[in-house]
Design a protein around this ligand. Structure first.
Ligand code: MTE
Ligand code: MO
Length: 327
């Protein structure tokens, strides 16, 4: 093994002894789970830190929609990320100085493999897939976005949740210096979201590290964020620093803010209105701004589809559940 001089070591490579052993455990678990990792010194995945850096080795996904993606501008300047402010252009304007490196993800709770993992190790050995998914915000707008990410199911399986673990909970970074929105009480910080284990091991959700073939911009949740395409956008938590396995359904940030408005399931459902507005239709962002692909129809509104159109892959997860009560 080549010993690097300190000057050659990137901050992301500086790992404590403890996290080194955790990394080994994780690698071994990955190898056992049939991952492509070779025992020994597997190379870290390359997720460059430079803004708009290209990601290498992306493969297309069978789960991608063939709808036309939104523009890069729509995807990166019209955002919800309350840590950087409440207006749609605040995340773009206020996140430019945010530092998404060094970054590690802490895995805790009811799983065989737990510990703190550098981003590079966390993503390591998994194929980067492009998944063009529709994102439907609870505020009745939508976009089509070419995400790049890794399968959440594969990540979850590597940590070997114990049979008593029924939920996986995600947390965003807590950093008032870098995230000015956290100085106000717009939500309870850190942002918390969660999925059932059955949802998290469905093939659709990804942990995204990129968009449009490039690393994630800060405003879209760099360096690692969740995408759950059949649920309202607020489930797709950004800037993830923790994954926790538990037997208890978590109280999420939006549940704590207004539990009658934002349910835990948050499945896209045109038949269950938000208490303050209809969910029957949605506005495709950008589509009404002239010359767009929908301009022929002059209306940018379209019907909302149950499970955001992903029902064939996920409807069975809710067999026997009353989706009006469990909204
Ligand atoms: N940490 C965190 N994650 C978050 C949010 C947030 O405010 N904070 N907003 C959510 C909401 S409401 C939506 S619609 C999506 C928007 O993702 P995008 O800006 O990448 O399109 O992010 C979700 N993830
Ligand atoms: Mo949203």
């Amino acid at each position: 093994m080549l010993i690097k001089k300190p000057v050659d070591i990137r901050p992301s490579e500086i790992t404590s002894k403890e996290s080194y052993f955790n990394r080994r455990k994780f690698m071994q678990a990955a190898a056992l789970a049939g991952g492509s990792i070779v025992a020994g010194d597997a190379l870290p995945a390359i997720i460059p830190n430079e803004k708009r850096a290209k990601l290498e080795g992306i493969v297309p996904s069978e789960f991608s929609t063939d709808e036309t993606p939104n523009s890069y501008d729509d995807v990166t300047t019209y955002n919800n990320y309350y840590e950087f402010g409440l207006r749609k252009d605040d995340p773009f304007r206020n996140s430019q100085e945010f530092k998404p490196r060094p970054w590690s993800i802490e895995v805790t709770g009811d799983a065989e493999v737990t510990g703190s993992f550098a981003l590079e190790d966390f993503v390591n050995s998994q194929t980067l897939e492009e998944r063009i998914y529709r994102l439907r915000c609870v505020e009745a707008w939508s976009m089509v976005i070419p995400w790049v990410g890794i399968s959440l199911a594969d990540v979850v399986k590597r940590f070997k949740p114990l049979s008593k673990a029924k939920y996986v909970v995600f947390e965003t970074l807590l950093d008032r210096d870098q995230m000015p929105g956290q100085r106000s009480r717009s939500l309870r910080w850190p942002y918390v979201e969660g999925l059932t284990i059955a949802e998290a091991t469905n093939p659709l959700p990804i942990l995204a590290v990129g968009v449009f073939g490039e690393v994630l911009p800060n405003q879209n949740g760099a360096p690692l964020r969740l995408i759950v395409p059949w649920k309202y956008g607020f489930k797709s938590i950004k800037g993830i620093v923790r994954m926790h396995f538990t037997d208890k359904q978590p109280r999420t940030s939006w549940d704590l803010a207004a539990s009658h408005e934002y349910g835990f399931y948050a499945n896209v459902n045109p038949n269950v209105d938000h208490p303050r507005w209809s969910q029957a239709r949605e506005r495709r962002i950008g589509a009404d701004q002239g010359g767009g692909f929908q301009s022929l129809f002059s209306a940018s509104k379209q019907d909302t589809v149950m499970f955001n159109g992903y029902g064939e892959h996920v409807a069975h997860l809710y067999d026997g559940l009353d989706l009006k009560k469990n909204f």
